[in-house]
Design a protein around this ligand. Sequence first.
Ligand code: 2PG
Ligand code: MG
Length: 405
Amino acid sequence: MHCGDVSARAIAPAGASRGSAEAVDRRDGGTRLGGMDVTEAVAAVNEEVRAVLLGVDVMDQGRADQLLDELDPSPTRERLGGNVTTAASLAVLHAAAALRGVPVWMQLGGGAPTALPRPEVQIIGGGAHAARTVDVQDFMIVPMSARNVDEALVQAAEVYLGVGTALKSRGRVNGVADEGGHWPEVDSHEEALALLVEGIERAGLIPGADVAISLDLAASELAEGEGYRLASEGLWLSRAEWLSRLEQWCTEFPIVALEDPFGEFDLEGLRAATELFGDSRLVIGDDAVVSSAERISEAAAAGRCNAALIKVNQAGTVTAAAEAVRAARDAGWSVIVSARSGETEDVSVAHLAVGWGADLIKVGSITRGERTAKWNELLRIAETLDVPLRPMPAGGQTSTRTNRG
Ligand code: 2PG
Ligand code: MG
């Protein structure tokens, strides 16, 4: 995008496990690049989008996004493509920041941050991101006692190394999963959770007090009939059995957050999980609310979830995602700004998390360049702001430490 003397770019990410109501990417189909090519999407940016945005003041993000909305009013942006609207909308944001000569986070208008989002870092990948060696998608950690980004990322890296050493000593490493986490060979979910605790301890840190566990169950991917299939364990669990399995994990391991603990259509399951865990843990809606202000307000009113994962490409524009953040805050929810499993070197997510005052930022692991690009951007932002990490929100303060001494 060119504007006066400045030019700006942005790249849309892509997800592997997606909510059914989120904006869809436009792909060429056919055989080239397995049907995943985006020549039509690029052409749409250069022609259709260019035609409507030419002459629009980039300082007016709302107007630019409204014009994108008008090009494709469908909620899932199926004609124009969510990747088209997301890249264009983010490019407007970057252009406006460049024109003013300010960092992108500042252009979001939230004022000077008094705290920075706490990193939520993937250590083990599973589910759709690792050929389902384990069914749960993201085994993550949240540095709880770290006071700044630097300290938090060092702790995360130490835990990653600790888990790697534990896996190697058992001859159980398979490689690296989509978001950079270890892709392990494990016999059960409990083994993966125990590996996290071992990794935290190997790093010389106290499980629960220094570093806690968070899980993205991505349960929409596991839903089968009225229950959930744990294919890696050859099990099918009813809603009640799945809930008690989660409860057992939360009792045995220092878990502070559960994302998508039930499938997006299992409203009863999501409500039950929020009732059971919501006072002491974050119950995060991802597929369940797809960064939609309307869905977040509706879920909050019905007692489902207490935190929203915000992904700008689920909403399709910066303005729509910002509205989702506002809806979450209005409902008293916590906010986690997240990248996708399919990422690039684009670092917008670090700025969105800071500018929107997110509680947590989730961008995958601390390996793979597209992940470290975002952590490094967060470090660069932190260098310019002498502020601490945001305290873990009340819903994410588990009293569980660990049963392992
Ligand atoms: C999620 C994201 C990131 P995906 O489910 O939260 O882990 O994955 O981009 O595949 O939806
Ligand atoms: Mg998720």
